[in-house]
Design a protein around this ligand. Structure first.
Ligand code: 3VV
Ligand code: FAD
Length: 663
């Protein structure tokens, strides 16, 4: 049967070269080719089917995840896929699994915190998956406060070993993914105790399970922590609990790049900053920022296509009703999310660059940019995951009732995504780290020149008193007007916090008291980073008919939407007047009209397969209703016309003979 493209009329309207935009979105022609090829490979292989996930019991779901992970590995080996191709394959398989932690945290922790010898010993085993690792940091009693972890690693000079021990219930490791049922090894974080002295938290490689029969080794108690939010969703992951009872490991299994313990029991610290013990978190926060645009763009693709298919009200003379995407309210909710997806794509790319740069500097013993890299990864992780989680939920609402069906893909996407606001650092805790960095920068103004993303603070005197020069709505399209407004707002909020802080005798007390304001200042700073990097991106050459123009529209939508949403900040700090705010809003409305004919093409540019989207509402051809109708009949509840339980619970009700005074 010939397939009808119900969205063809929308695709014909677009004013730019979609294929060129696909390359911009992917990052390069090579990245596009890779993504395109691997996503199609996964989509066409029934071994990677995922449409039944929300119906399976936890045990069946988990076993199915194990099967898929093994099948993915077999595919990787059989096809001789490169590391890059393998990572893409795991991405498109789209199912949280222990392998995320093995490749995403265990391997990077050894690379970042292990010595050369340790890397040579452990990495080949990990690369071949002859061992499977997890990252066991968080405990029942402490997650955010890493310095508060209680697990101990006590050096025993007699045997040249560390004794890993969980002294309390709250010291039980709790949450690590892959730990519950799969990992054979962990990077366990524990307090290093040498000669009775506590040297703080460090990482240790600990074997947990036998490589022969998978049983826990002596002294190890390990299991899964139970069901999590949502059907399917993150329940494919075996987040685990772990207790150590005086487990002995050889001395050379302490990760020793940052600090060492010698055979004689001497503690030594390398020349590198202690914070490098936190290095794996910096790396993962960076990958989480890159991942945010994937999750958000996916939800936006579903909501945009469905908004073009869905019609409600507005029929004239018996003609078709209005496509809901034509309602201004729908546009003002949807298009900023579309623009955010693009903004996050570019900030993810930039952050990857920053991370690579800081890693190279660290290797050359230049630690000067580490605080900025920490502040950027922490702040952008917080900002992008909060916006993405909220954005996915907004997309669900944008799809009306049908968005609530699992077959829309949105409930599961939300349930899988929302813990990103918590894991790898609670978003508020991370913003407070940014705020500390900002306060330190302000307090050192005049002594130390701010550079990089905080470089705007060199112009603080100007930014404290500058006035917005916008006179007409179009003036808000001027990148320097936008940048200056965002810089002035961020600078003024930071300086106001610093001034308030100086009223406290005890700075820590002041920081705690003002923490809600400090978080807002941190948000302002991070939004400025995203806006400025989007603007910078557009200063480059971007090939393809109309591509750059579309990106300019999206950049302006993203920026003016933020300005509108946070206009309280801009007005109260005097960066703009109510008149400027109203002109910005006028401009925003007109930008929505410009994006409207291109909306479908802009989500096509993500190049997602129907398999990856996993959504009837978002399917490429827009043939939503027949698919929804068919899918309903697939539900196991419809296996029989009369439900199980009818004879037990429904019929007796219907047949009851109640004699009461009232009836
Ligand atoms: C897996 C990847 C797969 C890849 C696939 C890609 C897609 C991804 C999608 C899906 C997969 C995701 C799968 C789930 C993964 C989840 C895993 C986990 O959750 S692992 C646990 C994370 N745990 C936290 O993040 C704790 C948060 N807490 C902390 O980080 C710290 O305790 C912190 C920062 C809140 C406080 O640290 P302090 O107690 O040492 O505090 P202070 O005194 O403030 O800091 C001291 C100095 O150190 C600096 N600092 C702190 N952290 C730093 C860092 N990381 N780097 C550099 N400097 C740092 C500070 O700026 C400060 O510097 P000055 O003294 O002011 O100059
Ligand atoms: C799905 C998932 C997967 C995970 N995977 C792993 C893993 O693989 N390995 C691992 O080690 N861990 C893992 N974690 C644990 C995760 O990293 C922690 O849950 C996270 O760091 C938050 O810490 P917490 O649970 O202690 O939150 P808490 O710190 O207890 O947060 C509770 C509340 O207190 C607030 N709060 C805390 N401190 C402050 C403060 N100083 N100022 C103001 N407010 C504060 C927070 O904002 C939050 O609202 C995972 C968690 C989840 C949900």
């Amino acid at each position: 049967m010939e397939r009808v493209d119900h969205l063809a009329h929308e695709r014909n309207k677009s004013e730019f070269d979609v294929d060129a935009m696909k390359i911009v979105w992917a990052g390069s022609p090579h990245a596009f080719e890779l993504s395109d090829r691997i996503s199609k490979l996964v989509a066409s292989d029934p071994g990677f089917r995922k449409d039944n996930r929300t119906m399976l019991s936890r045990k069946d779901l988990f076993k199915n995840t194990l099967r898929k992970a093994a099948y993915a590995w077999k595919t990787i080996v059989d096809l001789h896929l490169s590391e890059e191709e393998a990572a893409k394959l795991r991405f498109y398989v789209d199912e949280p699994a222990y392998t995320d932690l093995h490749w995403g945290m265990f391997v990077p922790a050894i690379k970042g915190q292990g010595t050369d010898e340790q890397q040579q010993k452990w990495l080949p085993l990990a690369y071949k998956m002859q061992i499977i690792g997890c990252y066991a940091q968080t405990e029942l009693g402490h997650g955010s406060n890493v310095q508060g972890l209680e697990t101990t690693a006590t050096f025993d000079p007699q045997t040249d070993e560390f004794i890993i021990h969980s002294p309390t219930l709250t010291s039980s490791k709790w949450w690590p993914g892959g730990l519950g049922k799969v990992a054979t090894h962990a990077i366990a974080y524990a307090r290093l105790i040498v000669g009775g002295r506590d040297y703080g938290v460090n990482g240790f490689i600990v074997q947990l399970r036998s490589l022969e029969d998978h049983s826990p080794l002596p002294g190890i108690t390990v299991g899964d922590i139970g069901m999590k939010f949502g059907n399917g969703a993150y329940n494919t992951m075996d987040n685990g609990v772990l207790q150590f009872d005086h487990v002995r490991i050889p001395r050379d299994q302490m990760l020793m790049r940052v600090s060492q313990v010698t055979r004689e029991g001497k503690y030594k610290q390398s020349d590198v900053p202690r914070q490098l013990v936190y290095g794996t978190m910096v790396y993962v926060r960076q990958t989480i920022v890159a991942d945010a645009s994937c999750a958000l763009s996916r939800a936006v693709c579903i909501a945009t296509r469905y908004s073009a298919v869905r019609r409600q009200f507005g029929s004239q003379n018996g003609g078709p009703e209005t496509q809901v995407i034509d309602y201004k309210t729908q546009q003002s909710r949807l298009f900023p999310l579309l623009a955010s997806a693009y903004a996050f794509r570019f900030i993810g790319e930039w952050l990857k660059w920053l991370y690579t740069d800081v890693t190279q500097r660290l290797q050359a013993n230049d630690f000067s940019t580490l605080p900025e890299a920490h502040a950027c990864t922490a702040g952008l992780k917080s900002l992008t995951t909060t916006a993405t989680a909220d954005g996915i939920e907004e997309c669900r609402k944008l799809c009306g009732g049908h968005g609530y069906l699992c077959s829309s893909g949105l409930p599961e996407l939300f349930a899988v995504y929302v813990p990103a606001c918590t894991y790898e650092g609670d978003n508020t805790v991370l913003l407070l780290q940014v705020a500390r960095f900002l306060m330190k920068t302000v307090s050192q103004l005049g002594v130390k020149k701010p550079v990089g993303t905080i470089g705007y603070m060199t112009r603080v005197d100007h930014l404290m008193q500058c006035r917005c020069g916008v006179q007409r709505a179009e003036d808000w399209l001027n990148p320097s007007a936008l940048l200056e407004a965002f810089e002035a707002r961020a600078a003024r909020m930071s300086v106001a916090c610093a001034q308030n802080l100086s009223n406290f005798d005890n700075p820590e007390e002041g920081f705690a008291e003002l923490s809600a304001d400090l978080v807002e200042a941190a948000v302002a700073h991070c939004q400025l980073i995203i806006v400025s990097k989007f603007i910078e991106k557009l200063q480059q050459e971007i090939p393809g008919k109309g591509v750059k123009q579309q990106l300019e529209v999206l950049c302006n939508i993203y920026t003016l939407f933020l300005l509108h949403k946070h206009q309280g900040d801009f007005l109260s700090t005097g960066c703009i007047t109510p008149k400027h705010a109203s002109l910005a809003n006028d401009q925003l409305r007109s930008l929505y009209s410009q994006v409207r004919p291109n909306a479908i093409a802009l989500v096509d540019a993500f190049n997602y397969t129907d398999h990856f989207l996993g959504s009837i509402l978002g399917c490429y051809d827009g043939n939503v209703y027949p698919k929804l109708y068919e899918a309903a009949w697939e539900d196991p509840l419809n296996d029989s016309v009369v439900p199980d339980g009818y004879h037990q619970y429904i019929r007796p009700l219907l047949k009851q003979q109640i004699r009461t005074a009232r009836l």
